[in-house]
Design a protein around this ligand. Structure first.
Ligand code: COA
Ligand code: MG
Length: 297
């Protein structure tokens, strides 16, 4: 397979934020159909509740055992005074990744990376960055270029709107140029990019529209705040039946003896190149992974 030669498929359609102070939500999270859980110690947890939130996470990781979900812990910034203890917790429980809020330059990543390097778990914990400030957007390319480990960007529009004065509007017209800049910066350096949360979790058509837009813009998935957003995010960011059928047709066409040695063929009046074969294989590998995950115990 052309695609699998250098890449393993990743599936990050739905990343649910779960406040670490909310025990009920922590209990529910492992049973939900999201691809990832972002355990939040930052903005959803009041300063007085930070210590209890950390203890809740120790318990949540102990009781959950191994997980089919990717598990990420969003820490407080080191500057806040809470971040150092959050990192001690990260090293204790060993999530798949630590998500640093309000990353503005490479040094924000390096600081955390150096602290993690002191533990023997460092290599197993990826470092992810929230891009949610004007400087974060402007420096996204250098942050992605210098990120030391395979990571992921998560865009945070609540903070970015607060810092810039851009108003929330359907279609996000004034934000799209900045969002595309972050997508481009991530893609240039192999860093995955996840779209921001959508606050009005009862507005189903609004959420649908924003997922469709995020998918079209090249995001891999969406950060979520409520379980009701998981199904639509999985639907929009996952391969749909038609694209699976198209991908199978492309793979089959390139396997025919007459396609041997050809870099470009025609299917139903469309030009199809080997780069489309790579895309098709990637999509089928993701579809397979999603199906396996669904059938996992
Ligand atoms: N993770 C896991 N479970 C969640 C959840 C979440 N983020 N949000 C809600 N639920 C659960 C509730 O516990 C409730 O479960 P139950 O009926 O079995 O008791 C069920 O889903 C329905 O919740 P609902 O009553 O509709 O929502 P709420 O009013 O309790 O909570 C929010 C609304 C927005 C406060 C809550 O969804 C939340 O805290 N979201 C995450 C916020 C966050 O992480 N912010 C930081 C990143 S931007
Ligand atoms: Mg934020």
């Amino acid at each position: 397979m052309e695609f699998l030669k250098d890449h393993l498929p990743t599936v990050r359609r739905s990343l649910l934020s779960v406040p670490a102070a909310n025990r009920r939500a922590l209990e529910k999270a492992p049973g939900l159909d999201c691809d990832a859980v972002i355990y939040d110690l930052e903005d959803s947890v009041a300063p007085d509740a930070k210590a209890e939130a950390r203890s809740n996470l120790v318990r949540a990781f102990e009781t959950a055992g191994s997980s089919r979900q990717e598990r990420i812990i969003r820490i407080n910034s080191l500057a806040s005074g809470f971040g150092r203890q959050d990192l001690d917790l990260v090293v204790t429980v060993g999530p798949d990744a630590v998500l640093i809020p309000k990353v503005e330059s490479v040094s924000d990543i390096v600081e955390v990376s150096e602290i993690l390097a002191a533990s023997d778990r460092a290599d197993a914990i990826a470092i992810w960055a929230m891009i949610e400030t004007p400087k974060g957007v402007l420096n996204a390319a250098s942050i992605a270029a210098d990120a030391k480990r395979p990571g992921c960007f998560v865009v945070g529009l609540n903070d970015l709107r607060k810092e810039t004065g851009v108003l929330p509007q359907p279609g996000r017209a004034y934000l799209v140029p900045w969002l595309m800049q972050v997508v481009l910066a991530g893609r240039a350096h192999g860093v995955d990019v996840i779209d921001s949360v959508f606050n009005d979790f009862r507005d189903e058509p609004g959420f649908d529209a924003e997922c469709a837009q995020g998918r079209a813009m090249g995001f891999s998935g969406k950060m979520l705040i409520h379980p009701s957003q998981i199904e639509p995010a999985n639907r929009h960011f996952g391969p749909d039946p038609q694209s699976i059928a198209d991908a199978e047709e492309i793979v089959a066409a390139f396997q025919k003896p007459e396609a041997k040695g050809l870099n470009v063929i025609s299917i139903d009046g469309n030009m199809v190149e080997r780069l489309h074969l790579v895309e098709a294989e990637k999509l089928l590998a993701q579809a397979k992974l999603i199906a396996e995950r669904k059938n996992a115990p």
